[in-house]
Design a protein around this ligand. Structure first.
Ligand SMILES: C[S@@+](CC[C@H](N)C(=O)[O-])C[C@H]1O[C@@H](n2cnc3c(N)ncnc32)[C@H](O)[C@@H]1O
Length: 234
């Protein structure tokens, strides 16, 4: 990978390693930033597959395209747009990945619905994100600096599961990949003007990077004439 792509990585996990990508698959990275996960995915789905990166800023799309050129990877396309309104047709993607972006969205229900829409039946949602276990002090949620730092917009684990389920996903699983320790949070809190000693104990073991998996149900059947009682015919 080009050094610039690695340096631009702002993720909180490694979705490409965890998503078990196969040659021939179509992958979409929500909030692709400098593009490293897209470029890694493109190699894993070759030959025959393709990786899309989606980001809302011109700067990140331009940086990702530069990194693509440097990496010499061809089965890649970087799209400009938002994860709340994905510029791809229904039922066209095998795997959605994302690395520390969904927590930044102001409309996470819409993101989940859009992810569901563009996935093919049987398609996988396989993202890394920051997830919260239990309640978090209001000061932490209010801090815009923490928001930009990929934390204060995070969902609670159960909220994440509920939103995925409401969007239609099944086989939902949240697997912690790293639990942040109080001392690691100290710099975040201090930079946000918060008293780390006071807040620190209250956030102990509550913030984690997690690998969130879910599946769009496979098409149940081809609806035969007169088969109105089958779930796929309703
Ligand atoms: C924390 S960075 C993560 C970038 C990349 N996934 C990585 O691992 O390095 C967040 C990225 O998501 C993009 N982003 C944030 N909200 C977005 C949204 N609603 N729609 C599209 N892109 C978004 C930002 O422009 C930024 O590039």
């Amino acid at each position: 990978m080009p050094a610039e792509a690695v340096a631009a990585s702002l993720g909180c996990g490694n979705p490409t390693a965890l998503a078990k990508l196969q040659p021939g698959e179509i992958v979409l990275d929500l909030g692709s930033g400098g593009g490293i996960d897209v470029l890694l995915s493109a190699r894993r789905v070759a030959p025959g597959g393709r990786a899309y990166g989606l980001d809302m800023t011109d700067e990140m799309v331009a940086l990702a395209r530069e990194n693509q050129t440097k990496a010499g990877v061809e089965n890649v396309e970087f799209l400009k747009g938002t994860i709340e309104s994905i510029p791809l047709p229904d039922n066209t993607v095998d795997v959605i990945i994302s690395n520390c972006v969904i927590n930044l969205s102001g409309d996470k229900d819409r993101v989940m619905r859009e992810a569901f829409r563009v996935l093919k039946p049987g398609g996988r949602f396989a993202v890394s994100d920051v997830v919260i276990r239990g309640d978090v002090p209001a000061e932490v949620r209010r801090s815009m600096e923490l928001w930009v730092g990929c934390i204060a917009g995070a969902l609670q684990e159960t909220e994440y599961q509920d939103k995925l389920q409401n969007a239609g996903f099944e086989s939902i699983d949240v697997e912690p990949t790293r639990i942040y320790q109080v001392e690691e949070a100290r710099d975040f809190l201090t930079a946000a003007g918060l008293d780390a000693d006071e807040i620190g104990p209250q956030i102990k073991d509550k913030f984690m990077s997690a690998f969130v998996r879910a599946k769009k149900p496979a098409a149940a059947c081809d609806c035969p004439p007169g088969g109105v009682d089958l779930p796929c015919c309703r």
